[in-house]
Design a protein around this ligand. Structure first.
Ligand SMILES: Nc1ncnc2c1ncn2[C@@H]1O[C@H](COP(=O)(O)OP(=O)(O)OP(=O)(O)O)[C@@H](O)[C@H]1O
Ligand SMILES: [Mg+2]
Length: 306
């Protein structure tokens, strides 16, 4: 699909599929087009060219069917500040035509599931950021939709709340949901997603599993740290041709490994031969940050307004 605002091309031909029962992460920096994509997929926004099918329904010709199949948690919260958590849930249940009784039952179920029982009768404006995010997600799940859109579900959460949210998302998948989530966090996509679509400047720049994306950047790296400047300098002169990076301050150096086991052994043997002892050694696997760097030639960064 393509989408422009006046002459600003925001989506320049985005194309991907999400398999039923899986999680797809749409990964990209600020302004990449994540929210625009989610809004189009969830029928909130029109687009210029292309086709979008959600659960077998065309978003342009069967928007109502699409809406009945999806739950959406947006980047900006949709809960009513003045209502309590329970009231928010019950109200949304009534909007979805649940009977009064089933709306209350479903609200209780969700309060339980999202760890909000204790706060259920407090106005949402008294909730912390993490609680609000959980309530937001709970509200979007009132009608147990089979397809769920989550726009940056963990942005702004502390590490513990983030892990709790990951847990919730994983349980939704275990329950059979198909999920599209957006994130700026490579490690989040790595953790949750079966497939990752990396977008930048309104274009898909990579598409695959975390493992496949990492394999595209390839190589493991060996990092060696030495106890003194003298040892560090001697090691640098011995290993010189293999070294990709040195850091004189913390006396460490990095070697990119072509054959992980053989190259580590070769390096250690060479140091032993010269009686150079290292302090610490680590083999690093490539991260999705490395992937982004390799794909775009730059760190994931804000492209807003460009
Ligand atoms: N209503 C609008 N009118 C004009 N330009 C818009 C509009 N909405 C979004 N844009 C532009 O479209 C581009 C993509 O925005 P979008 O919100 O989809 O990015 P995003 O990937 O969700 O970013 P973030 O990580 O900051 O949420 C941005 O350059 C933004 O300024
Ligand atoms: Mg966004």
């Amino acid at each position: 699909m393509r989408k422009s605002y006046k002459d600003n091309q925001v989506l320049r031909g985005i194309n991907f599929e999400v398999e039923k029962g899986t999680i797809l992460a749409l990964l990209g920096p600020n302004g990449a087009g994540k929210t625009t994509t989610v809004r189009i997929l969830s029928t909130l926004l029109g687009f210029d060219k292309g086709t979008v099918t959600i659960g077998g329904f065309d978003v342009q010709t069967h928007a109502d069917d699409v809406r009945r199949s999806i739950g959406l948690t947006g980047q900006s919260a949709a809960v009513d500040e003045l209502l309590t958590g329970r009231e928010n849930l019950v109200m949304m249940g009534r909007l979805y035509h649940l009977t009064k009784q089933s709306a209350h039952a479903r609200a209780d179920e969700l309060l339980e599931e999202f760890g909000l029982v204790d706060a259920a009768n407090r106005p949402a404006k008294t909730y912390s950021g993490g609680m609000r995010r959980r309530l937001d997600l709970a509200v979007s799940l009132i009608a147990t939709p089979p397809i769920i859109f989550l726009d940056e579900p963990t942005t702004g959460l502390d590490p513990r709340s983030r892990i709790a949210m990951w847990d919730i998302i994983d349980r939704l998948k275990q329950g059979g949901a198909t999920i599209l989530l957006t994130t700026q966090y490579l490690e989040e996509a790595d953790q949750l997603a079966d497939k990752i679509v990396v977008i930048d400047g309104g274009k898909v720049i990579a598409n695959g599993t975390a493992k496949e994306l990492k394999a595209r950047v390839g190589k493991d790296r060996l990092e060696l740290t030495f106890g003194t400047q003298k040892l560090f300098k001697s090691a640098v002169s011995v290993l010189e041709k293999d070294i990709q990076e040195t850091n004189a301050d913390n006396k460490s150096l990095t070697i990119v490994l072509k054959d992980t086991n053989a190259d580590v052994k070769k390096t250690i043997d060479l140091l032993a031969k010269h009686e150079l002892k290292f302090d610490a050694m680590a083999v690093h696997k490539p991260t999705l940050d490395d992937v982004f760097l390799a794909l775009t030639g730059k760190q994931a960064k804000d492209t807003e307004g460009k």
